[in-house]
Design a protein around this ligand. Structure first.
Ligand SMILES: [Zn+2]
Ligand SMILES: [Zn+2]
Length: 384
């Protein structure tokens, strides 16, 4: 390990401090401030703030020209009340670092401390603390921020801790690792009327009923491959809670999920066609909008090879054919592949560990040094 036991302890304490003060997507102002203070102690060559929101990036440059290697962590916590009794549990009610992004940040701060001692020989390392991963907005916001042009990577790396896999054991595969998904909001507007004269209004009742089953039926239960589609209705609403009114309004929220971006385009078209037909036959106005849009996350062969070499050099056990990959869940890191080869690995958080987004989840601090060693080896192998 490139840090002393004492340095690691400081970073572990910092992780627990971040854990106490979670902030949700797009609202990571104080977290970004804490990260910035910690980064300044490592004297980066450049420090960029307010990237795509509250994003922060630190740049460590070598003396010679060379490629830019970007390593990404996430700033955001979740709007979930933490119920664990760890001493560093969240001090903010209804919010918790329950996806381990505090741990991912600590791993990047360990890299910062290592790079402060010895920078890369050539090229640049960019440590990116990205906002708003949980709602899928952050990666897109960072990549489209004009300040990102100066940070443009030649290789992007990331990790996610992974409860369900043995502690410290790595899952890494080339190709798809996370599904594409998006939240589809369908609004149907008709006309209210007296409940005794429903024929005077236009009620979306039957259209809502048919869409609840019709949208769900667009999911095909295929194995998790190129043909896979899943539609999960997550919320629906009809009219108002009153007995005297025949409703004039309905709303359906559904999460569409596929393994590939191409299949997502097909699924979106099918879902919109279905909603359009229902609105048309009933004479309803239709509005469709999307939130939480995630592209497929796909590990490039070049970037996966860099990680595999680092894992071999560090003697970390890795599994490339795991039933746990690809994941049905989504991850916005996939968008970095539009800029340069990218890959992320999954670092086991323990088989019996509470799952991500569970209220009793806490990032295992033992993973800080393992994650940092793997990234640092990939950096040294690439940039010296
Ligand atoms: Zn999460
Ligand atoms: Zn996460």
């Amino acid at each position: 390990m490139f840090l002393t036991e004492q340095e690691l302890q400081r970073i572990t304490a910092f992780r627990q401090e971040l854990h106490r003060y979670p902030e949700v997507s797009g609202d990571e102002r104080e977290t970004a401030g804490r990260v910035k203070q910690a980064l300044l102690e490592t004297c980066p060559d450049e420090l960029i703030e307010a990237l795509g929101g509250h994003g922060v990036a630190a740049v460590y440059a070598g003396a010679a020209d060379g490629p830019t290697v970007l390593v990404r962590a996430e700033l955001d916590g979740l709007p979930i009340e933490e119920i664990s009794d760890v001493p560093h549990r969240s001090l903010v009610s209804d919010k918790g670092h329950l996806c381990g992004h505090d741990g991912h940040m600590a791993i990047l701060l360990a890299l910062a401390a290592g790079l402060a001692k010895r920078g890369p020989e050539r090229g640049r390392v960019v440590l990116l603390f990205q906002p708003a991963e949980e709602n899928g907005a952050g990666a897109a916001a960072v990549l489209s921020d004009p300040a990102f042009a100066a940070l443009r990577p030649d290789l992007s790396l990331s990790l996610h801790n992974f409860p369900g896999a043995a502690l410290g054991h790595v899952l890494l595969r080339e190709g798809p690792v996370n599904c594409a998904s998006r939240g589809m909001k369908v609004i149907l507007r008709g006309k209210t009327s007296h409940a005794s004269y429903p024929e005077d209004g236009i009620a979306p009742t039957f259209a809502l009923g048919r869409l609840l089953s019709g949208l769900t039926a667009l999911g095909n239960n295929a194995p998790l491959g190129p043909d896979y589609t899943l539609v999960t209705v997550t919320h629906a609403r009809l009219g108002e809670p009153a007995f005297g009114i025949s409703p004039g309004y309905a709303e359906i929220w559904a999460t569409l999920r596929t393994l590939t971006d191409d299949k997502m385009a097909e699924l979106v078209e099918a879902a919109e066609r279905l909603a359009g037909e229902e609105a048309r036959v009933t004479g309803l106005q239709l509005e469709i909008s999307y939130e939480d849009v995630f592209r497929q996350c796909f590990n490039s062969p070049e970037a996966t090879a860099v990680l595999n070499q680092a894992l071999a050099d560090e003697g970390v056990s890795v599994e490339s054919e795991s039933a746990l990959l690809p994941m049905k869940a989504s991850e916005d890191f996939g968008l970095f592949r539009t800029v340069a080869p990218s890959a992320m690995f999954f670092l086991g958080a323990g088989e019996g560990h509470p799952r991500l987004h569970n209220p009793d989840y806490d990032f295992p601090d033992a993973l800080i040094s393992i994650g940092a060693r793997i990234f640092m080896r990939a950096i040294r192998n690439t940039l010296g």
